[in-house]
Write a protein that binds this ligand. Structure first.
Ligand SMILES: NC(=O)C1=CN([C@@H]2O[C@H](COP(=O)(O)OP(=O)(O)OC[C@H]3O[C@@H](n4cnc5c(N)ncnc54)[C@H](O)[C@@H]3O)[C@@H](O)[C@H]2O)C=CC1
Ligand SMILES: O=C(O)C(=O)COP(=O)(O)O
Length: 634
């Protein structure tokens, strides 16, 4: 935290890889060497020299000299360089323009880069031109860049130290930078603190010298209690993504500045308990079981994203009671499941799998026996939700007669016919496909009794959840020939990772297609999910909106404008709303907007208020009895 009054404090900011995301001379190289066939080699050499300089392995002068020589750059390349760099100002600097302009008298940009491009990039963000200290290029008559002004201290070793000494700033000095030369200012006793800035690069030799690591400018501002764009720095918020969630999701969280950890497989309960302690946002797919025990150890957890449709793997009730909002992707892989189901129905009815296996053994068995068209066959859908209805439409397009059974009254699409009971459907269908959700009550929905009710030689598909079918009963039905073929994508016990063996009594049946829970695993679906779910989680984190949540009162909120948003999650007992508003009345706070939604067990109140209020309000709101979670957004 600042030790002197703000007016007597100076902020020294590095340019390359701190103010901007990149090293300017690397970008200049990409422009000046664009036509050279050996461009990539030279660029790699330039990058290596930059890194060695930044890590303190070679001198500044040497690093500059070597790079300028390799660059072969010209004055005419500078406009393109400036344009590119303008688009590469670090995200947290972009977000915090107000800090840069409000404190322009106290901010210095000091760099061993070059004024010719630094000034046009930093001054539009509020930095004063005479507060930029950097080298200047030396040009020949033809405009080629042939070197730099060697009398400038910044072209020499310990140049930044010399410059700060010459500036003789009357107050505390805080240095923010990614390089060793930034740390040297502190080492020389000329700065009070050195913040290693890691938003763009992480240099271990620099990090180990830092007083504090700043993954973003927000972190620096938060640490010093200075006004900033984020109420709480996102770099302090940890996102844990399991089960190979699509990289597009990882990018979305990283772009927002979160600390993201990814793991390829699922974790078991104990592993997850260990991993989740400091996690605020959890992303999983169908395998990770988020149990009550896990949640009891997840004190920072604000929200869970199921990067799939099913949410039966999550204890939704406990999540709600603990104020954790859960979201899923209800439509992103629907079509993929439907296409696989259609493909399997055709493969099974034509007996293709055993035929193909025989061919691989050299057996040529050309015959029409046990091979049929799907046209005119009766398809029975158990569960007529998003997948069931979509399959209904596509199957009808293939000429199938569709029957369905759902516990909820559903509109029959096209010519599909609704069955009054499960038993009615079981008796009528030639092919039965499961599309119910995985709620616990659906355990063993299809067992011996149900198989006995089916037609002899029926085909059976389960692409929903493993536990909805009693596997020993299915094995018996396959053995007796009652079920002539099956397509199974889901199993009561599924391996946690691709390294684990799949163990099941279902292995070895000739006309049974076994797939490793890939109904929703297409490139398209995974990318759609990877975009959709982070969108929901970010809306909740950034704005408080819970629209589409599977366990929370749903609220779609307006964007925050010129106000602070207080989010209060509480047990749904009488009188809480009154107590919240008593606090606002007591402190004479003008409410700009207020939204409330409840479920049986929790209430979610959002109040937008003007920016000037005392800290006491927040403390009092947090202390209201039955408060589950409280958050402040601005
Ligand atoms: N294999 C895979 O990779 C995938 C599997 N799934 C599974 O498919 C399930 C269904 O997905 P959606 O159609 O999107 O869900 P949905 O929620 O839109 O539809 C489920 C339907 O099943 C009905 N239902 C529930 N229990 C029933 C019962 N006992 N009898 C009759 N109907 C019942 C519900 O009323 C609802 O209409 C998901 O919950 C998930 O478990 C989803 C995507 C991919
Ligand atoms: O969407 C679902 O419910 C699925 O079953 C797909 O699960 P996955 O993301 O492939 O683990």
């Amino acid at each position: 935290m600042l030790t002197k009054p703000l007016e007597q404090t100076y902020f020294v900011i590095d340019f390359d890889s701190t103010f901007t995301k990149v090293e300017a001379l690397d970008v200049l190289g990409e422009i000046s060497l664009a036509a050279r066939p050996d461009r990539n080699d030279i660029l790699a050499q330039i990058k290596a020299i930059t890194d060695r300089g930044m890590a303190g392995e070679i001198s500044v002068a040497e690093s500059l000299r070597l790079r300028l020589k390799l660059l072969n750059a010209h004055r005419d390349h500078l406009p393109a360089l400036i344009e590119t760099l303008t688009g590469k100002v670090s995200d947290s600097f972009q977000r915090n323009r107000v800090f840069l302009t409000d404190h322009a008298d106290q901010i210095y940009v000091i760099s061993s880069g070059f004024k010719e491009f630094i000034v046009p990039i930093v001054t539009p963000l509020g930095i004063k031109e005479d507060h930029v200290f950097a080298n200047t290029f030396e040009f020949d008559e033809a405009g080629n860049i042939i070197g730099c002004d060697c009398t400038n201290p910044l072209s020499m070793d310990k140049g930044k130290v010399q410059l700060i000494r010459d500036l003789n700033l009357d107050g505390d000095v805080y240095v923010i930078g990614d390089g060793y030369t930034d740390y040297e200012i502190k080492e020389a006793g000329l700065a009070n603190r050195f913040y290693a800035f890691t938003e763009n690069v992480m240099r271990p030799t620099v990090i180990e010298k830092a007083d504090h690591i700043a993954p973003s400018l927000d972190e620096f501002l938060y640490h010093n209690k200075l006004s900033r764009s984020q109420s709480y720095p996102k770099s302090r918020i940890k996102v844990l993504l399991l089960e190979n969630v699509h990289p597009v999701a990882v990018n979305l969280f990283e772009q927002e500045g979160f600390k993201v950890e990814i793991r390829k497989g699922a974790l078991d309960e104990d592993e997850l308990i260990e991993a989740i302690r400091d996690v605020s946002i959890l992303g999983i797919r169908s395998k990770t079981q988020v149990t009550r025990r896990v949640l009891e150890n997840a004190n920072k957890l604000m929200t869970i994203g199921a990067f799939c449709i099913g949410t039966n793997q999550i204890d939704l009730k406990t999540c709600m009671e603990r104020g954790i909002a859960v979201f899923n992707a209800p439509y992103s892989n629907t079509r993929s499941v439907v296409e696989l189901a259609i493909g399997e129905i055709i493969m099974l009815i034509r007996n293709i799998v055993p035929k193909s296996n025989q061919m691989h053994q050299g057996v040529w068995d050309k015959s029409a026996r046990n091979s049929f068209e799907v046209r005119g066959k009766k398809l029975g859908l158990i569960g007529y939700g998003n997948i069931g209805t979509q399959l209904s439409v596509v199957a009808e397009a293939l000429g199938m007669e569709v029957y369905f059974y759902d516990v909820v009254d559903k509109l029959a699409l096209g010519n599909a016919r609704k069955c009054k009971s499960l038993d009615e459907l079981l008796a009528i269908a030639d092919i039965i496909s499961m599309h119910v959700d995985g709620r616990p009550a659906n355990k063993n929905l299809i067992g011996k009794r149900e198989f006995d009710l089916m037609k002899n030689g029926v085909l059976f598909l389960n692409l929903a959840r493993g536990h909805v079918v009693d596997v020993p009963a299915l094995v018996a039905a396959l053995t007796s020939g009652k079920v002539a073929g099956a397509g199974l994508d889901v199993f009561p016990h599924e391996p946690k990772t691709n390294q684990e063996e799949f163990v099941s009594e279902l292995r070895g049946f000739p006309n049974v297609i076994l797939t490793p829970h890939i109904g929703g695993s297409t490139e398209e679906a995974q990318e759609n999910i990877g975009n959709f779910v982070p969108g929901k989680l970010l809306e909740y984190i950034n704005n408080g909106s819970t629209y589409g949540s599977v366990n929370f009162p749903e609220l779609q909120l307006p964007l925050l404008k010129d106000s602070h948003r207080l989010l209060h999650i509480h047990a749904n007992v009488p009188g809480i709303m009154g107590r919240i508003n008593q606090i606002f009345a007591k402190h004479d706070i003008n409410i700009q907007g207020q939204y409330l939604k409840t479920t049986e067990s929790i209430g979610y109140v959002i109040t937008d208020i003007a920016k000037n209020y005392s800290e006491e309000v927040v403390e009092e709101l947090k202390r209201i009895e039955h408060t589950i979670k409280f958050r402040l957004l601005y």
